[in-house]
Design a protein around this ligand. Sequence first.
Ligand code: OGA
Ligand code: NI
Length: 362
Amino acid sequence: LSEELVASQEQQQDMESLPVPSVQAMVAATGEADVPPRYLRPAEAVTGIVNGEGEAQIPIIDYRRLLLELDRRGEESARLHQACQEWGFFQLINHSVPDDVVEGMKANIQQFFQLPAETKKLFAQERGQLEGYGQLFVVSEDQKLDWADMLYLYTQPPESRNTKFWPDQPVNFRSTLDRYSGAVKEIADSLLATMAENLGLKQEVIADRCVGGVQSVRMNYYPPCAQADKVIGFSPHSDADLLTLVLQVNHVQGLQIKRNGSWFPVRPVEGALIVNIGDIFEIFTNGRYRSIEHRAVVDPKEERLSSAAFHSPNIDATIGPLKELTADEDEAYKTVDHENFMRLFFATKLEGKSFLDRMKLK
Ligand code: OGA
Ligand code: NI
């Protein structure tokens, strides 16, 4: 892996010379003007086969019921286990994030992306860094770009916060994100506890690795595009973390998951959080729970906004198959330290599950 790391650092340096793509150029391109070539994809890359029939919806899990079952596995925990094994994605209803916090997050994200470009640029990513307003996974001058802007922030543990990237307008952006971050982290920890039990593990096996666990929040803005069928909002990828919780910010849909070789559209249920298994969970469980490839498509007329909270173990935790699960089987993934794992992930172009493939042992 060390060779790959050197390569990734070299790429990181190349990246410093890249301009942060400006949303202004994209917005200009949404009218009659042509879409800049760096955003145009071959037709088959955008459409793929979209499967809207058959299965109606990803599983829905009731958080309130799960909490009642925390110390005695019941029906809802069993449904969660099935959702994790068969889908890797589910919608969580009756979650514990207070309504005013959810509504506050939605309003703040919408208002932030509406700010003038000069104001947003005050929070722009800096050379070679991930946090701030801009784009991620841009590793070469010639790669295609996603039709989106984002704001990426570390939110937990609190001492990892870099508040200079935290917008101070809208005025309550920071306090709302602080409350949202805490509430969502609590849900992630509690889901992980049930998942551990579902896998026959003591809760501590995962919980100990998540003491001081890392949470980051990525807020996504997908402008409308007159040529929506020729661009992609978010390239196909799986998330690198343990568990991601996504808030759909406005009513425009666009998230699709890869299922049985087709793209399956997620239809968000009002008030639900969309939860998915990330690569670290797949590695921890030696493949029992798999991370699922997903992407976001763009709407021709309306903007779309979403917010993803990524949850990872603490920075000292080693990323590799859990010994408790591999007593009687071969390890299918490499073991690496957390920092190098993340560095490599962000230095790689998003391309389905290709990053995770590099973690696989032959
Ligand atoms: C992500 C992601 C999808 C969406 O941020 O990792 O997959 O719906 N977002 O915006
Ligand atoms: Ni994702």
